[in-house]
Design a protein around this ligand. Structure first.
Ligand SMILES: *Cc1c(COP(=O)(O)O)cnc(C)c1O
Length: 426
């Protein structure tokens, strides 16, 4: 097994995989004379080399055409969001009419809750995971209050039942069944941001619907990471961002899925002109007639400059052959990281993320033995050496090999970095 830990092995694995060439399509941040070993694509994905040209194209069009840019080919701004529709639908496993790129994740979560969190006295509650990303918790708690209910009783936060802070499907099923008659909504992550645990979304949708609840997913860490089948899994809605595994830049325009069965004009919503039926939008009439599908939830004409990099990013997902091919590479990379940690670092790093590849995505969350001070020291040592993960209090380093640009050689560098630090800090 020691042969795993050699440059020859890592370089041979990278050379054998045709997807390794996609790394060349990204700007890798520098560390002195070297490139960083960048494992933070779960927080901010790297810039595709093609992104600048797409943004420049918008800037040039604006300079040359001004208002005419809304209508003139190529890539007129009026239907600009439609340029990413098909590619996005493929990434999340949806029909094109079920997805839209708009706003940002938390804003979309609120808009979806306006339509799909309709609490009643008998059924006021939301089930979510304890330890959720704060923005999700703030959004849900404020929605519960907005409707005049009490988060203390009506925002149910399921505690993890497994040792490392992860959830068994049995516990999720039990919680949904137990609270079922009071549940208006189940809101669950595709991949939990702290532990990296991935969930069986079809099963969660089934449990929730069997209990009479609406089921929504936050896919911030799922999109571009795992193959998704939102339509077939039956989610009512989903929201996500595009700046993590989707590599579309800081604050990139977010994404939203509304299942085709809700593509009806009578679904209540907060409305804006860009969601109005496209054929009659510019008659500027007083009555709102939603465009069918997810696009009927748009409010404003989208920030074209914020949307442009997503076009470059989606091209790379296409070139990779889609999410299934990327996922196979991802399983190999993350499996390599896990194997090397088990072989060489198990006295220093404890893997918090589930061991089964089916229960995780790209990310491994690594608890540093010895507590916070030791963990911070290791994290800062790695940063000084151009090995970039991120830190989650109190003692976890998240390392996420992104299959579009990370390599086996990057992973070897991480493991060697931890070993070098351990030698100096025994
Ligand atoms: C990254 C992330 C967010 C960020 O929300 P924005 O509205 O895009 O700022 C929210 N929720 C989860 C679970 C995340 O991982």
């Amino acid at each position: 097994m020691t042969e795993l830990f050699t440059d020859d092995y890592a370089l041979a694995r990278d050379a054998a995989d045709p997807l390794s060439s996609l790394r060349g399509e990204f700007h890798l941040p520098r560390h002195g004379d070297m490139k960083q070993a960048y494992f933070c694509g779960n927080s901010l994905g790297l810039q595709p080399r093609g992104a600048r040209a797409v943004v420049d194209e918008v800037m040039d069009k604006w300079a040359r055409e001004a208002v005419e840019g809304h209508f003139r080919e190529p890539a007129p701004w009026m239907p600009y969001h439609a340029l990413v529709r098909e590619g996005l639908a493929r990434v999340v496993g949806a029909e094109p009419s079920e997805v839209v790129a708009m706003n940002s994740l938390t804003a979309n979560l609120h808009l979806m809750m306006v339509s799909f969190y309709r609490p009643t006295r008998e059924r006021p509650a939301i089930l979510m995971e304890a330890g959720a990303f704060p923005s999700d918790r703030y959004a849900l708690e404020s929605q519960v209050r907005f409707h005049g209910f009490d988060p203390a009783t009506d925002l149910i936060e399921l505690e993890p039942d497994e040792a490392d802070g992860t959830f068994s499907m049995a516990a999720i099923e039990r919680a949904i069944a137990t609270h079922g008659p009071r549940l208006a909504l189940v809101l669950w992550p595709g991949v939990q941001y702290r532990t990296g645990q991935a969930f069986d979304l079809a099963a969660i949708a089934r449990f929730g619907h069997a209990a009479g609840a609406v089921v929504g997913f936050d896919l911030a860490h799922g999109v571009g990471n795992l193959p998704l089948r939102l339509h077939d899994d039956g989610a009512d809605f989903a929201v996500w961002c595009h700046y993590k595994y989707m590599n579309s830049g800081p604050g990139a325009v977010g994404g939203c899925f509304v299942h085709a069965r809700h593509a009806r004009a009578d679904v209540p919503r907060f409305a804006g002109w860009w969601g109005h039926d496209q054929d009659s939008r510019f008659r500027m009439g007083p009555a709102f007639v939603p465009t069918p599908g997810a696009e009927g939830w748009q409010l404003s004409n989208p920030p074209i400059l914020g949307l442009a990099p997503l076009r470059a990013s989606l091209q790379l997902f296409e070139r990779a052959g889609g999410m299934q091919a990327l996922r196979e590479r991802s399983v190999r990379l993350t499996g390599y990281l896990e194997a090397l940690i088990a072989q060489r670092l198990d006295d220093t790093l404890q893997v918090v993320t589930p061991r089964e590849p089916s229960r995780r995505g790209a990310q491994l969350s690594l608890r540093v033995a010895g507590g916070r001070a030791r963990g911070r020291a290791l994290f800062e040592y790695l940063e000084r050496n151009g090995i970039v993960g991120d830190w989650r209090e109190p003692d976890v380093i998240r390392i996420s090999p992104a299959p579009l640009y990370n390599s086996h050689a990057d992973i070897l560098r991480f493991v060697r970095g931890v070993e070098a630090w351990r030698t100096g800090n025994a």
